[in-house]
Design a protein around this ligand. Structure first.
Ligand SMILES: [Zn+2]
Ligand SMILES: [Zn+2]
Length: 428
């Protein structure tokens, strides 16, 4: 068995792994990186027409946005994913296309390639945590990975060898359900290869600790009479944060940009992906939100003297004009605060804002992470459930963070851990 890292290990972005085993060639994800004109996986184009199967873990652009490129390069098979992931791709394509054109770049694929993408649905093939043969000598078992609606981890058996791909994974979501891969028939024993989400590197903080910091920051802002702005992706952690804030601060006004409603509605329509009890919380919350639909309303809620509350706006990296206009409104008052809860790519508005000296920001701009990936404790728990895995590749974080995590776990006695980089190839 061989693993070719075409992207995603030693970096945040362009997740793409080629696995060759027993004459079969499988591709796991094919994403992009939001830097410059857009960075793509380091594919060997001659291999693409010969791929036996492609698997897509979830819809986020760093995993999905180079999938149409595979068809431009001659792939004609299916992309195994979930129905929800396939449904979300269109919105991500629009956002990626507009980013690339704004940068003055061009996509390496066109509408024809996009329309050629042929999705096949894992969740309609077999229930979670069950094995199913999908080709000669190729079987799959999937589970919900807790990271976003439709996101999955994969266990694959190729010519008698097993490999595990965590996708983007968390067990800490209060909203989304996670199936533990260790609960699959055969569990995680005897794996030849595992690709494990380790996006937070050696960060030991648990979600509960991060949330306490976020709540404390929110209380400080409101005590000072300020507004708290949370820029979040239109669908993802924003909806969960909203429910958590509502639970913790039932009397604080929750103002939500209309674009986040679609994400809430989609959650409501996907009960099979939710934690027990989440559906009721969603329905209750949706009745209480103050939906923001236009400029006049935005100006009113940001005006000095308005009742302190939380505002959720789409675009976690603040690239959207709406998010940037919120900053323009809030920067006049030192009591106001913008809380960045996710990854910010280089060159984005949120990154530039965080790089400004505090005296020039005009209002508070803070980072307070909300976990949708794995940190130290989570990776340890995952690898502890893998008896005798031949090679475990820690992925989704910059190389230095990955090395620090590997060293920390090796010091605890774990072995077989690899910190690889794009372009690396290992023989197993
Ligand atoms: Zn993701
Ligand atoms: Zn990712």
């Amino acid at each position: 068995m061989q693993l070719h890292v075409w992207g995603g290990a030693g970096e945040h972005g362009r997740s793409c792994y080629l696995v060759c085993a027993g004459g079969k060639r499988l591709l796991l994800d094919c994403g992009v990186k939001r830097t410059g004109l857009g960075e793509y996986p380091l594919v060997d184009a001659s291999v693409i027409p010969q791929l036996d199967a492609v698997f897509l873990s979830h819809a986020h652009e760093d995993h999905s946005m180079a999938i149409p490129w595979l068809y431009r390069l001659g792939y004609r098979g299916v992309v195994w994913t979930t129905r929800l992931t396939a449904e979300k791709i269109e919105a991500y394509l629009a956002s990626w296309g507009s980013y690339v054109s704004k940068q003055g770049g061009a996509l390496p694929y066109d509408e024809r390639d996009i329309s050629r993408v042929d999705y096949a649905y894992l969740d309609e093939l077999t229930p979670a945590l069950e094995w199913k043969e999908i080709g000669d000598g190729l079987s799959v078992c999937w589970g919900r990975s807790g990271h976003m609606l439709g996101s999955v981890w994969l266990l694959l058996e190729v010519e008698g060898r097993r490999l595990f791909f965590s996708g983007d994974y968390t067990e800490e979501s209060t909203l989304l359900r996670t199936d533990r891969p260790a609960d699959a028939p055969g569990g995680l024993d005897g794996l030849s290869l595992a690709l494990v989400d380790a996006a937070y590197g050696p960060d030991p903080e648990r979600q509960a600790d991060k949330l306490e910091r976020l709540y404390a920051a929110a209380e400080r802002v409101w005590a000072g009479g300020g507004q708290l702005l949370l820029p979040v992706p239109p669908s993802g952690r924003g909806q969960e944060l909203l429910l958590l804030l509502r639970q913790r601060f039932p009397r604080v006004p929750l103002r939500v940009e209309a674009e986040l409603l679609r994400g809430l509605e989609q959650l409501r329509l996907s009960p099979g992906w939710l934690q027990p009890g989440a559906l009721g919380q969603l329905a209750d919350a949706m009745g209480e939100l103050e939906i923001v639909r236009g400029e006049a309303q935005r100006t009113a809620i940001c005006a000095p003297g308005a009742e302190p509350g939380v505002i959720l706006t789409g675009d976690g990296m603040m690239q959207s004009p709406v998010a940037q206009r919120y900053y323009a409104r809030l920067r006049g008052e030192a009591a106001n605060s913008i809380l960045i809860t996710g990854h910010v790519a280089r060159g984005t508005f949120a990154e530039r804002l965080l790089a400004l000296p505090e005296s020039e920001r005009g209002c508070v701009v803070e980072r307070c992470g909300f976990k949708i990936h794995q940190g130290l404790h989570d990776v340890r728990r995952m690898i502890a459930s893998m008896a005798s895995c031949h090679a475990t590749v820690l992925v989704h974080a910059p190389h230095a963070d990955t090395l620090a995590l590997r060293d920390a776990l090796e010091a605890e006695g774990y072995s077989g851990l690899l910190a690889l980089q794009p372009g690396d190839r290992i023989e197993l």
